[in-house]
Design a protein around this ligand. Structure first.
Ligand SMILES: Nc1ncnc2c1ncn2[C@@H]1O[C@H](COP(=O)(O)OP(=O)(O)OP(=O)(O)O)[C@@H](O)[C@H]1O
Ligand SMILES: [Mg+2]
Length: 342
Protein backbone atom coordinates (compact mmCIF):
# COMPACT_ATOMS: atom_id res chain seq x y z
CA UNK A 1 0.00 0.00 0.00
CA UNK A 2 1.36 3.40 -0.93
CA UNK A 3 2.19 5.61 2.05
CA UNK A 4 0.96 8.79 0.43
CA UNK A 5 -2.61 7.56 0.19
CA UNK A 6 -4.74 9.39 2.65
CA UNK A 7 -7.01 7.61 5.08
CA UNK A 8 -10.08 7.98 2.90
CA UNK A 9 -8.37 6.30 0.02
CA UNK A 10 -7.25 3.45 2.25
CA UNK A 11 -10.83 3.08 3.40
CA UNK A 12 -12.15 3.17 -0.16
CA UNK A 13 -9.66 0.50 -1.24
CA UNK A 14 -10.84 -1.86 1.45
CA UNK A 15 -14.61 -1.62 1.56
CA UNK A 16 -16.74 -4.14 -0.35
CA UNK A 17 -18.63 -1.30 -2.02
CA UNK A 18 -17.65 0.13 -5.38
CA UNK A 19 -16.56 3.79 -5.38
CA UNK A 20 -15.96 5.87 -8.51
CA UNK A 21 -15.13 9.57 -8.71
CA UNK A 22 -15.88 11.42 -11.96
CA UNK A 23 -15.06 14.99 -12.89
CA UNK A 24 -17.63 17.39 -14.31
CA UNK A 25 -16.97 15.98 -17.81
CA UNK A 26 -17.71 12.41 -16.72
CA UNK A 27 -14.01 11.54 -16.83
CA UNK A 28 -12.66 9.00 -14.39
CA UNK A 29 -10.61 10.45 -11.53
CA UNK A 30 -10.66 7.51 -9.15
CA UNK A 31 -11.97 3.94 -9.01
CA UNK A 32 -11.53 1.52 -6.12
CA UNK A 33 -10.86 -2.22 -6.23
CA UNK A 34 -14.41 -3.23 -5.44
CA UNK A 35 -15.83 -1.15 -8.30
CA UNK A 36 -13.42 -2.90 -10.69
CA UNK A 37 -14.44 -6.31 -9.37
CA UNK A 38 -18.18 -5.60 -9.37
CA UNK A 39 -18.11 -4.11 -12.86
CA UNK A 40 -15.67 -6.74 -14.17
CA UNK A 41 -13.02 -4.18 -15.21
CA UNK A 42 -9.25 -4.58 -15.53
CA UNK A 43 -6.39 -2.06 -15.87
CA UNK A 44 -8.73 0.88 -16.01
CA UNK A 45 -7.30 4.08 -17.51
CA UNK A 46 -7.77 7.18 -15.36
CA UNK A 47 -8.87 10.23 -17.38
CA UNK A 48 -11.08 8.33 -19.81
CA UNK A 49 -14.81 9.00 -20.01
CA UNK A 50 -16.81 6.55 -17.89
CA UNK A 51 -18.96 5.45 -20.85
CA UNK A 52 -15.82 4.32 -22.71
CA UNK A 53 -14.92 2.08 -19.79
CA UNK A 54 -18.43 1.01 -18.77
CA UNK A 55 -20.65 1.19 -21.86
CA UNK A 56 -23.92 0.98 -19.93
CA UNK A 57 -26.45 3.57 -20.92
CA UNK A 58 -28.39 3.43 -17.63
CA UNK A 59 -25.26 4.30 -15.64
CA UNK A 60 -24.42 6.98 -18.21
CA UNK A 61 -27.90 8.50 -17.86
CA UNK A 62 -27.60 8.48 -14.09
CA UNK A 63 -24.35 10.45 -14.24
CA UNK A 64 -25.72 12.92 -16.79
CA UNK A 65 -28.87 13.43 -14.73
CA UNK A 66 -26.83 14.08 -11.59
CA UNK A 67 -24.54 16.58 -13.33
CA UNK A 68 -27.51 18.38 -14.83
CA UNK A 69 -29.79 18.45 -11.81
CA UNK A 70 -26.95 18.87 -9.29
CA UNK A 71 -28.87 16.42 -7.12
CA UNK A 72 -28.18 12.94 -5.80
CA UNK A 73 -29.91 10.02 -7.55
CA UNK A 74 -30.06 6.24 -7.38
CA UNK A 75 -30.92 3.32 -9.65
CA UNK A 76 -31.16 -0.46 -9.49
CA UNK A 77 -30.05 -2.19 -12.66
CA UNK A 78 -29.15 -5.59 -14.03
CA UNK A 79 -25.58 -5.61 -15.22
CA UNK A 80 -23.71 -8.32 -17.11
CA UNK A 81 -20.09 -9.11 -16.32
CA UNK A 82 -19.44 -12.88 -16.44
CA UNK A 83 -22.88 -13.32 -14.88
CA UNK A 84 -26.02 -11.30 -14.38
CA UNK A 85 -25.74 -9.01 -11.36
CA UNK A 86 -28.22 -6.82 -9.58
CA UNK A 87 -26.53 -3.50 -8.83
CA UNK A 88 -27.70 -0.61 -6.72
CA UNK A 89 -25.95 2.57 -7.76
CA UNK A 90 -26.13 5.91 -5.98
CA UNK A 91 -24.75 9.06 -7.54
CA UNK A 92 -23.71 11.87 -5.23
CA UNK A 93 -23.25 15.39 -6.54
CA UNK A 94 -20.25 17.19 -5.04
CA UNK A 95 -19.82 20.95 -4.54
CA UNK A 96 -17.00 21.22 -7.07
CA UNK A 97 -19.17 19.75 -9.84
CA UNK A 98 -17.78 16.23 -9.53
CA UNK A 99 -19.78 13.03 -9.01
CA UNK A 100 -19.27 10.07 -6.71
CA UNK A 101 -20.79 6.75 -7.76
CA UNK A 102 -21.40 4.26 -4.96
CA UNK A 103 -22.02 0.76 -6.32
CA UNK A 104 -23.40 -2.17 -4.36
CA UNK A 105 -23.78 -5.72 -5.65
CA UNK A 106 -27.18 -6.93 -4.36
CA UNK A 107 -27.23 -10.20 -6.32
CA UNK A 108 -26.81 -12.31 -3.18
CA UNK A 109 -30.02 -10.92 -1.66
CA UNK A 110 -31.89 -11.62 -4.84
CA UNK A 111 -30.59 -15.22 -4.84
CA UNK A 112 -31.64 -15.67 -1.22
CA UNK A 113 -35.11 -14.45 -1.99
CA UNK A 114 -35.37 -16.70 -5.01
CA UNK A 115 -34.18 -19.60 -2.87
CA UNK A 116 -36.83 -18.84 -0.29
CA UNK A 117 -39.59 -18.62 -2.92
CA UNK A 118 -38.48 -21.98 -4.38
CA UNK A 119 -38.52 -23.49 -0.91
CA UNK A 120 -42.11 -22.42 -0.23
CA UNK A 121 -43.25 -23.51 -3.69
CA UNK A 122 -41.64 -26.94 -3.34
CA UNK A 123 -42.87 -27.48 0.21
CA UNK A 124 -46.45 -26.62 -0.66
CA UNK A 125 -46.35 -28.81 -3.73
CA UNK A 126 -45.05 -31.77 -1.74
CA UNK A 127 -47.73 -31.31 0.92
CA UNK A 128 -50.54 -30.90 -1.53
CA UNK A 129 -49.89 -34.18 -3.29
CA UNK A 130 -50.86 -36.47 -0.39
CA UNK A 131 -53.61 -34.08 0.70
CA UNK A 132 -55.17 -34.24 -2.75
CA UNK A 133 -55.22 -38.05 -2.66
CA UNK A 134 -56.97 -38.03 0.69
CA UNK A 135 -59.42 -35.43 -0.55
CA UNK A 136 -60.29 -37.56 -3.59
CA UNK A 137 -61.02 -40.53 -1.35
CA UNK A 138 -63.27 -38.48 0.90
CA UNK A 139 -65.10 -37.08 -2.13
CA UNK A 140 -65.73 -40.57 -3.47
CA UNK A 141 -67.09 -41.55 -0.09
CA UNK A 142 -69.40 -38.58 0.25
CA UNK A 143 -70.69 -39.12 -3.28
CA UNK A 144 -71.41 -42.70 -2.16
CA UNK A 145 -69.16 -44.11 -4.87
CA UNK A 146 -67.33 -46.09 -2.24
CA UNK A 147 -68.49 -47.47 1.09
CA UNK A 148 -67.03 -47.12 4.53
CA UNK A 149 -66.24 -50.81 4.40
CA UNK A 150 -64.31 -50.40 1.20
CA UNK A 151 -62.37 -47.55 2.72
CA UNK A 152 -61.60 -49.66 5.73
CA UNK A 153 -60.59 -52.75 3.80
CA UNK A 154 -58.92 -51.33 0.74
CA UNK A 155 -57.88 -47.81 1.42
CA UNK A 156 -56.79 -47.83 5.05
CA UNK A 157 -53.26 -49.03 4.32
CA UNK A 158 -53.00 -46.45 1.58
CA UNK A 159 -54.33 -43.67 3.84
CA UNK A 160 -51.93 -44.70 6.56
CA UNK A 161 -49.06 -44.53 4.11
CA UNK A 162 -50.05 -41.06 2.90
CA UNK A 163 -50.31 -39.81 6.47
CA UNK A 164 -46.90 -41.27 7.32
CA UNK A 165 -45.50 -39.59 4.22
CA UNK A 166 -46.86 -36.22 5.29
CA UNK A 167 -45.64 -36.70 8.83
CA UNK A 168 -42.14 -37.44 7.58
CA UNK A 169 -42.24 -34.50 5.22
CA UNK A 170 -43.44 -32.05 7.86
CA UNK A 171 -40.94 -33.35 10.42
CA UNK A 172 -38.07 -33.03 7.94
CA UNK A 173 -39.23 -29.61 6.83
CA UNK A 174 -39.34 -28.38 10.40
CA UNK A 175 -35.94 -29.86 11.18
CA UNK A 176 -34.35 -28.36 8.11
CA UNK A 177 -35.84 -24.93 8.64
CA UNK A 178 -34.67 -24.94 12.27
CA UNK A 179 -31.20 -25.90 11.08
CA UNK A 180 -31.16 -23.22 8.41
CA UNK A 181 -32.35 -20.51 10.76
CA UNK A 182 -29.47 -21.32 13.09
CA UNK A 183 -31.49 -22.02 16.24
CA UNK A 184 -30.22 -25.59 16.50
CA UNK A 185 -27.40 -26.06 18.99
CA UNK A 186 -24.73 -28.72 18.74
CA UNK A 187 -23.69 -30.28 22.04
CA UNK A 188 -20.69 -32.44 21.30
CA UNK A 189 -19.74 -35.13 23.77
CA UNK A 190 -17.21 -37.91 23.76
CA UNK A 191 -19.07 -40.94 22.48
CA UNK A 192 -18.40 -44.39 21.09
CA UNK A 193 -19.21 -44.19 17.39
CA UNK A 194 -20.37 -47.80 17.33
CA UNK A 195 -23.13 -47.09 19.87
CA UNK A 196 -24.85 -44.65 17.53
CA UNK A 197 -24.37 -46.92 14.52
CA UNK A 198 -25.94 -49.81 16.44
CA UNK A 199 -28.89 -47.67 17.44
CA UNK A 200 -29.55 -46.61 13.86
CA UNK A 201 -29.14 -50.14 12.51
CA UNK A 202 -31.65 -51.39 15.05
CA UNK A 203 -34.33 -49.11 13.64
CA UNK A 204 -33.47 -50.06 10.06
CA UNK A 205 -33.14 -53.76 10.79
CA UNK A 206 -36.67 -54.78 9.66
CA UNK A 207 -36.11 -53.21 6.25
CA UNK A 208 -32.60 -54.66 5.93
CA UNK A 209 -34.00 -58.09 6.74
CA UNK A 210 -36.95 -57.73 4.40
CA UNK A 211 -34.62 -56.91 1.52
CA UNK A 212 -32.16 -59.64 2.42
CA UNK A 213 -29.32 -57.13 2.46
CA UNK A 214 -25.94 -58.27 3.74
CA UNK A 215 -24.38 -55.85 6.17
CA UNK A 216 -20.62 -55.63 6.80
CA UNK A 217 -19.81 -53.57 9.85
CA UNK A 218 -16.19 -52.87 10.73
CA UNK A 219 -15.88 -50.03 13.22
CA UNK A 220 -13.71 -50.63 16.32
CA UNK A 221 -15.84 -50.64 19.44
CA UNK A 222 -13.17 -48.51 21.15
CA UNK A 223 -13.36 -45.68 18.57
CA UNK A 224 -14.42 -42.50 20.33
CA UNK A 225 -15.32 -39.20 18.70
CA UNK A 226 -16.71 -35.84 19.77
CA UNK A 227 -20.23 -35.53 18.41
CA UNK A 228 -23.72 -34.52 19.32
CA UNK A 229 -25.26 -37.97 19.77
CA UNK A 230 -28.74 -37.05 18.65
CA UNK A 231 -27.57 -35.19 15.57
CA UNK A 232 -25.08 -37.92 14.67
CA UNK A 233 -27.96 -40.37 14.85
CA UNK A 234 -29.90 -38.24 12.36
CA UNK A 235 -26.89 -38.07 10.03
CA UNK A 236 -26.30 -41.82 10.11
CA UNK A 237 -29.98 -42.66 9.90
CA UNK A 238 -30.40 -40.64 6.72
CA UNK A 239 -27.26 -42.04 5.08
CA UNK A 240 -28.04 -45.63 6.02
CA UNK A 241 -31.70 -45.28 5.16
CA UNK A 242 -30.60 -44.15 1.70
CA UNK A 243 -28.13 -47.02 1.41
CA UNK A 244 -30.91 -49.48 2.26
CA UNK A 245 -33.53 -47.74 0.13
CA UNK A 246 -31.40 -47.46 -2.99
CA UNK A 247 -29.83 -50.94 -2.86
CA UNK A 248 -31.65 -53.84 -4.51
CA UNK A 249 -32.47 -57.02 -2.63
CA UNK A 250 -29.74 -59.42 -1.50
CA UNK A 251 -26.93 -56.96 -2.17
CA UNK A 252 -24.40 -55.59 0.29
CA UNK A 253 -23.84 -52.58 2.49
CA UNK A 254 -20.52 -51.73 4.17
CA UNK A 255 -19.94 -49.52 7.18
CA UNK A 256 -16.32 -49.06 8.23
CA UNK A 257 -13.91 -46.54 9.62
CA UNK A 258 -10.33 -45.69 8.77
CA UNK A 259 -7.96 -42.76 9.06
CA UNK A 260 -6.27 -40.32 6.74
CA UNK A 261 -3.56 -37.87 7.81
CA UNK A 262 -5.95 -35.50 9.50
CA UNK A 263 -9.26 -37.29 9.92
CA UNK A 264 -11.18 -40.21 11.22
CA UNK A 265 -13.11 -41.33 8.15
CA UNK A 266 -16.46 -43.05 8.48
CA UNK A 267 -17.46 -44.80 5.27
CA UNK A 268 -20.96 -45.88 4.30
CA UNK A 269 -20.84 -47.80 1.07
CA UNK A 270 -23.63 -49.51 -0.78
CA UNK A 271 -23.79 -51.66 -3.89
CA UNK A 272 -27.02 -50.15 -5.10
CA UNK A 273 -28.42 -48.24 -8.06
CA UNK A 274 -25.85 -45.45 -7.84
CA UNK A 275 -26.24 -41.80 -8.77
CA UNK A 276 -25.65 -40.47 -12.30
CA UNK A 277 -22.66 -38.13 -12.51
CA UNK A 278 -24.80 -35.22 -13.67
CA UNK A 279 -26.98 -35.46 -10.54
CA UNK A 280 -24.14 -35.78 -8.01
CA UNK A 281 -23.54 -32.04 -7.50
CA UNK A 282 -27.16 -31.54 -6.51
CA UNK A 283 -28.01 -34.42 -4.17
CA UNK A 284 -27.44 -32.29 -1.06
CA UNK A 285 -29.93 -29.67 -2.32
CA UNK A 286 -33.28 -29.73 -0.61
CA UNK A 287 -36.03 -31.58 -2.50
CA UNK A 288 -33.55 -32.92 -5.04
CA UNK A 289 -34.31 -36.46 -6.10
CA UNK A 290 -32.66 -38.29 -8.94
CA UNK A 291 -35.76 -40.11 -10.04
CA UNK A 292 -38.94 -40.26 -8.09
CA UNK A 293 -39.84 -43.71 -9.39
CA UNK A 294 -36.80 -45.30 -7.75
CA UNK A 295 -38.11 -44.87 -4.22
CA UNK A 296 -41.74 -45.77 -4.55
CA UNK A 297 -41.53 -49.17 -2.86
CA UNK A 298 -39.33 -48.91 0.13
CA UNK A 299 -40.49 -45.84 1.91
CA UNK A 300 -41.23 -42.24 1.47
CA UNK A 301 -39.01 -39.73 -0.09
CA UNK A 302 -39.06 -36.11 0.91
CA UNK A 303 -35.79 -35.26 -0.81
CA UNK A 304 -34.69 -33.51 2.37
CA UNK A 305 -32.58 -36.24 4.01
CA UNK A 306 -29.22 -35.26 2.54
CA UNK A 307 -29.88 -31.52 2.93
CA UNK A 308 -30.31 -32.18 6.66
CA UNK A 309 -27.21 -34.39 6.73
CA UNK A 310 -25.10 -31.69 5.10
CA UNK A 311 -26.23 -29.00 7.53
CA UNK A 312 -25.55 -31.22 10.55
CA UNK A 313 -22.13 -32.26 9.23
CA UNK A 314 -21.21 -28.61 8.70
CA UNK A 315 -22.41 -27.70 12.19
CA UNK A 316 -19.92 -30.23 13.58
CA UNK A 317 -17.17 -28.75 11.36
CA UNK A 318 -16.87 -32.10 9.63
CA UNK A 319 -16.89 -32.76 5.90
CA UNK A 320 -18.89 -35.13 3.74
CA UNK A 321 -17.82 -36.58 0.40
CA UNK A 322 -19.67 -38.74 -2.07
CA UNK A 323 -18.62 -40.97 -4.92
CA UNK A 324 -20.97 -43.00 -7.02
CA UNK A 325 -21.13 -45.19 -10.06
CA UNK A 326 -24.38 -45.96 -11.78
CA UNK A 327 -25.59 -49.50 -11.07
CA UNK A 328 -22.50 -50.24 -8.98
CA UNK A 329 -23.12 -48.27 -5.83
CA UNK A 330 -22.55 -45.16 -3.78
CA UNK A 331 -20.01 -44.29 -1.10
CA UNK A 332 -20.43 -41.53 1.45
CA UNK A 333 -17.48 -40.53 3.62
CA UNK A 334 -17.69 -38.40 6.73
CA UNK A 335 -14.39 -36.75 7.61
CA UNK A 336 -14.04 -36.04 11.31
CA UNK A 337 -10.90 -34.06 12.18
CA UNK A 338 -8.63 -35.98 14.53
CA UNK A 339 -8.02 -34.47 17.94
CA UNK A 340 -10.49 -31.64 17.60
CA UNK A 341 -13.41 -33.80 16.54
CA UNK A 342 -15.98 -31.42 17.98
N1 LIG B 1 -27.12 -44.28 -1.42
C1 LIG B 1 -27.75 -43.79 -2.49
N2 LIG B 1 -27.81 -44.50 -3.65
C2 LIG B 1 -28.43 -43.98 -4.74
N3 LIG B 1 -29.04 -42.78 -4.77
C3 LIG B 1 -29.01 -42.04 -3.66
C4 LIG B 1 -28.37 -42.49 -2.46
N4 LIG B 1 -28.50 -41.53 -1.52
C5 LIG B 1 -29.19 -40.54 -2.10
N5 LIG B 1 -29.51 -40.83 -3.38
C6 LIG B 1 -30.24 -39.96 -4.33
O1 LIG B 1 -30.21 -38.64 -3.83
C7 LIG B 1 -31.54 -38.13 -3.65
C8 LIG B 1 -31.58 -37.24 -2.43
O2 LIG B 1 -31.44 -38.02 -1.24
P1 LIG B 1 -32.19 -37.56 0.07
O3 LIG B 1 -31.84 -38.52 1.16
O4 LIG B 1 -31.93 -36.12 0.28
O5 LIG B 1 -33.72 -37.68 -0.31
P2 LIG B 1 -34.67 -38.93 -0.37
O6 LIG B 1 -33.97 -40.17 0.12
O7 LIG B 1 -35.23 -38.98 -1.75
O8 LIG B 1 -35.83 -38.51 0.63
P3 LIG B 1 -35.79 -38.49 2.23
O9 LIG B 1 -34.41 -38.88 2.67
O10 LIG B 1 -36.10 -37.10 2.58
O11 LIG B 1 -36.84 -39.42 2.59
C9 LIG B 1 -32.41 -39.36 -3.55
O12 LIG B 1 -33.72 -39.09 -3.98
C10 LIG B 1 -31.70 -40.35 -4.46
O13 LIG B 1 -32.11 -40.14 -5.79
MG1 LIG C 1 -33.01 -40.05 2.04
Amino acid sequence: MRVDKDKWEILAENIPIGVILLDSEEKLEYINNSAEVILGLKDVEIGKKLFEIVPDYEIDELVKKTLKSKENNSISIYYWSNEKKLLEIRSIYLEDGKVFLIIEDKSIYEKLEENYRDFIANASHELRTPLTSIQILLDLFSEKKITLEEIQNEFFPYLKKEIMRMTKLVTNLLNLSRLESGVVQINPQKIFLIDIIDKVLESLYPLIKKKGLKLHLDVPSSLEIYADPQHLETILFNLLENAVKYTPENKQIFIYSNFDDNNIVLVIKDTGVGIPEKDLPYIFDRFYRVERSRTSEDGFSSGLGLAIVKKLVEKHNWKIEVESELNLGTTFKILIPKGKEG
